[in-house]
Design a protein around this ligand. Structure first.
Ligand SMILES: *Cc1c(COP(=O)(O)O)cnc(C)c1O
Length: 340
């Protein structure tokens, strides 16, 4: 790290160190209060808070990158704002107005500018919305009060020590979530997938689980799946069963820009195994961007993806996205928002 502005930033394990300030807004029966900027500190809420009992919580995950020109840019701000709003709506939480939420994220990044690491690090941004009404009688009704805050976390290179291909188990019986929550970014989905993931970790020594109930490939617990080759990208079509990743969308656009053939369709585990013979498989999400998969464990059998290494298409597409994020190439889709 040679930028004096970020030289003081300590980067620990992903998500364990935090920006100093956060924008906060409270919702009451009078509507949304004016957002304020507060020091990141423990929150106080009533033990009867709706979120603690009835799970009224959703979040977002996006990043601000320090460009090669030193400018800090937020990646696909508008997409993440609209996704938090639709998650809130689905969970019957008060929906933060678009301009307010957008400005809260910008203001939070602005307040923490000095904590944005140089690439390949970044400032991970975690907008979070929770129901705070102190009412344990509200099991069957929406929260009447809510808290929205924009937490941030300086993060380093996701792949410290180089990209090593992941080992993934394919789960064809248990679902990741329920149909009505497939596209909602909520802790409840993580709670539902965790037991399955822990079992697979113990039995197969895998990093993550790819959910493919009934043999229909959806996503892992926290990232979308792409099948790649030199001139093609295949991925499950948006069908409501999995989270509509912004990284997925960005990579598909960049692949099309590069003249690759992009196919969004339903994919079976048979398609996947077939693809592994000479294709590449990778996981797309904000944290890791595009992470190569080296081995699949499916029905207790190991399937090596290609030669088990990091494929050239995965590398190239990942780099293309990073180049836009750090301003090394043009941003023809207007995905980045500079903060000063
Ligand atoms: C956040 C998330 C993703 C990745 O979405 P991005 O917008 O690309 O970060 C994928 N699946 C689930 C379940 C998620 O929560």
């Amino acid at each position: 790290m040679n930028d004096p502005a970020s030289a003081t930033t300590q980067i620990s394990a992903f998500g364990t160190s935090f920006g100093e300030m956060m924008a906060v807004a409270r919702f009451t029966h009078d509507g949304w209060d004016e957002p304020t900027l507060e020091a990141v500190a423990p929150l106080s809420m009533h033990p009867a808070a709706h979120v603690l009992h009835y799970g009224s919580a959703c979040f977002e995950g996006l990043k601000a990158h320090r460009g090669i020109d030193g400018v800090v840019r937020i990646f696909r701000l508008d997409r993440h704002v609209s996704r938090l709003r639709s998650s809130a709506e689905r969970l019957c939480l008060p929906v933060p107005p678009e301009p307010m939420l957008r400005q809260m994220i910008i203001d939070t990044v602005h307040e923490n500018l000095h904590m944005v690491p140089d690439a390949p690090g970044s400032l991970y941004i975690r907008p979070t919305l929770v129901g705070t009404a102190p009412n344990i009688g509200a099991a069957g009704s929406p929260t009447s009060e809510a808290l929205l805050f924009i937490l941030t976390s300086p993060v380093g290179d996701y792949f410290t020590g180089g990209m090593s291909p992941l080992r993934i188990a394919v789960e064809t019986n248990r679902p990741r979530t329920t149909p009505q929550f497939g596209t909602v970014k909520t802790g409840a989905n993580y709670a539902m997938a965790l037991g399955t993931t822990m079992e697979a970790r113990e039995r197969h020594g895998v990093a993550q689980v790819l959910f493919a109930p009934g043999g229909h490939v959806q996503e892992t617990g926290a990232s979308n799946i792409l099948l790649l080759s030199a001139d093609r990208v295949l991925t499950p079509a948006l069908d409501g069963s999995f989270l509509e990743g912004v990284t997925r969308d960005s990579l598909l656009s960049l692949a099309a820009d590069r003249g690759m053939q992009v196919e969004e369709r339903s994919l079976t585990t048979d398609d996947l195994v077939e693809w592994c013979r000479d294709g590449e498989v990778a996981l797309a999400g904000t944290a890791a961007i595009l992470a190569p998969v080296g081995t699949l464990v499916i029905a207790d059998e190991e399937v090596m993806v290609g030669d088990g290494g990091v494929g050239p298409a995965t590398r190239a597409l990942r780099q293309a996205l990073v180049d836009v994020q750090v301003g090394r190439t043009d941003d023809p889709h207007h995905w980045t928002y500079p903060v000063d």
